[in-house]
Design a protein around this ligand. Structure first.
Ligand SMILES: *Cc1c(COP(=O)(O)O)cnc(C)c1O
Length: 370
């Protein structure tokens, strides 16, 4: 079976984790945590980076640090991973959806303004599957309406928008280090910012909000979102090879592109001229005239030992939100269409050229049969 992704763990990574264990520093106070944060900030080009237990925790911390809560509305894409919406709901604020762009699959910037009300406080753009959101017009809208911007860059570590790193455009940027993300710490996340004040607030919030002047005295609600020293050790080793990992992803995408572009039955990922995508996963859309469904294609590939995943199910179709009375009678046709027709093929950093070619041959073969 060719899996959709496998992590790329180096011998140095194993050595760092072992060293972390041997040092006796196992919790979030260890030296690898500081080193990982420092190197990450340097790579991204920001002043502050704060480790967390997950990408979801990073988003929750970011929204909490900005003081979002009940009565506030936060604009997010309809087509995203549910963590984006959950983080908003954790704070008590209300998520408000914007449909997707059919080409980049990101939030359609031209449809943001119609969703802004007197309650809107923030926008959370998500760089879907590693392709940057069109940040310039988004920031113009944010400025015009005095909105906060929190980038969900969980899928876009190292992706560039007009030459600048995703995650550095908003007030805060959030990353995930889950097993299948560009770099991994097993489980983990990071918040980045250039604001010393916000960084300090996030550091307090992630550690139970101990008062800086007196430990065990707490002025407000805090969380335990501390990354362990072992995870940070792994993260540091991953940062050392991040350029290679990104180059591998882009190479995977170009081999798929070459192998599949001649098939009119499929739509392939699109890279805008101003974007450098990291192709976190290589997504495909099965065209309506294709003769077969997405689910049939997935089933056939599975029988040939090729694992795939469906695209996200849009937020307005999530039972959890329907039960809460959210997004009632709202329509997001592009997000819905992506969710019905989209799948992604094996695209981890470990996949070999011959494995990618096998996937392409198999897809070609399925269509030739028709
Ligand atoms: C992976 C991901 C997250 C959450 O990351 P976890 O580390 O799994 O909590 C959030 N948003 C998006 C878009 C993601 O892909």
């Amino acid at each position: 079976m060719i899996p959709v992704a496998r992590p790329f763990i180096t011998t140095k990574g194993i050595a760092y984790v072992t060293q972390a264990l041997k040092s006796g520093w196992v919790s979030g106070e260890g030296p690898y945590v500081k080193r990982f944060e420092k190197q990450f900030a340097r790579f991204i080009g920001v002043k502050h980076a704060i480790t967390t237990t997950s990408g979801t925790a990073a988003l929750h911390l970011a929204l909490s640090a900005l003081g979002l809560g009940p009565g506030d509305e936060v604009i997010i894409p309809a087509f995203t991973m549910i963590a984006t919406a959950f983080a908003v709901v954790y704070t008590g604020a209300k998520p408000v959806l914007v449909d997707a762009d059919p080409k980049t699959w990101n939030m359609d910037i031209t449809r943001i303004e119609e969703k802004i009300t007197h309650r809107t406080r923030a926008i959370v753009p998500v760089h879907i599957y590693g392709h940057p959101v069109d940040m310039q017009p988004l920031m113009t809208i944010a400025k015009k309406y005095k909105l906060l911007v929190i980038e969900d860059a969980a899928e876009a570590l190292g992706a560039l928008y007009r030459g600048k790193m995703c995650g550095t455009f908003g007030h805060l940027g959030c990353f995930s280090f889950y097993a299948n993300k560009t770099i991994t710490t097993g489980e983990g996340g990071m918040v980045v910012t250039n604001s010393a004040k916000l960084a300090q607030k996030i550091r307090r919030l992630k550690n139970l909000s101990h008062s800086p002047s007196k430990r065990f005295l707490h002025d407000y609600i805090g969380f335990t979102y501390r990354m362990t020293n072992m995870q940070a050790a792994l993260g540091l080793s991953q940062l050392e090879i991040i350029k290679t990992l990104i180059a591998k992803k882009r190479r995977v995408a170009s081999i798929y592109e070459r192998g599949l572009h001649s098939l009119p039955e499929l739509s392939l990922p699109f890279e805008k001229s101003w974007a450098k995508s990291v192709y976190w996963v290589y997504g495909l859309l099965v065209n309506p005239t294709s003769g077969i469904t997405r689910d049939y294609l997935r089933e056939r590939l599975k029988k040939s030992g090729i694992d795939t995943r469906e695209f996200f199910i849009p937020m307005h179709e999530q039972p959890v939100f329907t039960k809460m009375g959210l997004f009632k009678n709202e329509q997001y046709p592009i997000a819905q269409d992506l969710s019905r027709r989209g799948l992604y093929v094996p695209s981890g950093p470990n996949i070999s050229q011959s494995e990618i070619k096998r996937v392409c041959r198999e897809i070609q073969h399925i269509y030739e049969e028709l």
